[in-house]
Design a protein around this ligand. Structure first.
Ligand SMILES: Nc1ncnc2c1ncn2[C@@H]1O[C@H](COP(=O)(O)OP(=O)(O)OP(=O)(O)O)[C@@H](O)[C@H]1O
Length: 260
């Protein structure tokens, strides 16, 4: 079902209660415009991953709606979700590569949503177009020289670059990133964020990125949304957010803001 919603992502009064009765999201509403980069912050258990799962279609909200470029996700059958899903590029904390396969093969898998079967994305059968595209994506993340290496023989930072190349292979319009640098050391994490952000800026992609590093969020995102106990308690341009507001998000009113 199409709506007249014009933003890339539109979350309207979303509540999510798990079968055991835990309410992880309570009446959440926000929208993300095309090309906008939003960082989703909040302490452990505030509902970030549940939001990510609802945005990506892995979980359905108990009530409320999520529109992706105007299409209500809840209205889609499994089959009709596929073309919509193709627009969503995902980056995860633990990379989700197939580790006993080559870097090149992992990047080819990113094209899966463009085909009806797995065959056209298997290296021995892939078209020259797909093969060239995979090498271009690897080149963009600086890893073309490692195309033939097994993915488990890369550093964490390199594995995340492969995951980004795989996402590029998909040609997404919206990027959902779930703690993309949480498994990396500070230097590798910063380099991966710089790469990811260069790519989303050059392709004008819309981004929702879950982060725990507030400095990184301030430096990279256009806007910061803060969750607390499943509710939005902060929705502010990153350029104008104060250290006190971030402190408040993580430590609540019981703690005096360290930088206020
Ligand atoms: N499958 C589930 N079944 C029941 N409760 C769940 C489930 N998944 C998450 N929860 C609960 O929902 C709440 C929000 O969890 P969620 O994982 O979304 O938070 P989070 O902000 O991503 O936390 P973290 O930063 O630790 O990943 C928590 O109370 C959690 O225990």
């Amino acid at each position: 079902m199409k709506s007249n919603v014009t933003s890339d992502l539109h979350v309207e009064h979303v509540t999510k209660t798990y079968p055991d009765g835990t309410t992880a999201l309570q009446n959440i509403s926000f929208h993300v415009n095309k090309g906008e980069a939003v960082a989703l912050l909040g302490h452990n258990g505030s509902g970030k991953s549940t939001m990510f799962k609802c945005l990506s279609g892995f979980e359905r909200p108990t009530s409320g709606s999520i529109y992706l470029q105007g299409t209500d996700l809840a209205s889609l059958s499994r089959r009709s979700f596929k073309p919509v899903r193709k627009k969503l590029g995902m980056v995860f904390q633990h990379f989700h590569l197939v580790y006993n396969l080559s870097v090149f093969q992992n990047v080819l898998f990113g094209r899966m949503g463009h085909h009806r079967s797995i065959l056209p994305v298997m290296a021995p059968f892939a078209s020259s177009d797909n093969r060239d595209r995979a090498m271009m994506c690897l080149d963009r993340v600086g890893l073309a020289h490692l195309a033939d290496r097994r993915s488990d023989q890369l550093s964490g930072g390199q594995q995340q670059r492969v995951a980004i190349a795989r996402m590029l292979m998909q040609e997404p319009e919206i990027v959902l990133a779930d703690e993309p640098i949480a498994s990396l050391d500070p230097k590798a994490g910063r380099e991966v964020m710089e790469l990811l952000w260069d790519i989303v800026e050059e392709q004008s992609l819309t981004v929702v990125c879950i982060l725990h590093q507030t400095e990184i969020a301030k430096n990279f995102a256009d806007r910061i949304i803060g969750l607390h106990k499943g509710q939005i308690v902060l929705d502010t341009p990153a350029s104008s957010i104060s250290a006190g507001e971030l402190d408040q998000l993580y430590y609540g009113s019981g703690r005096k803001a360290a930088h206020a």
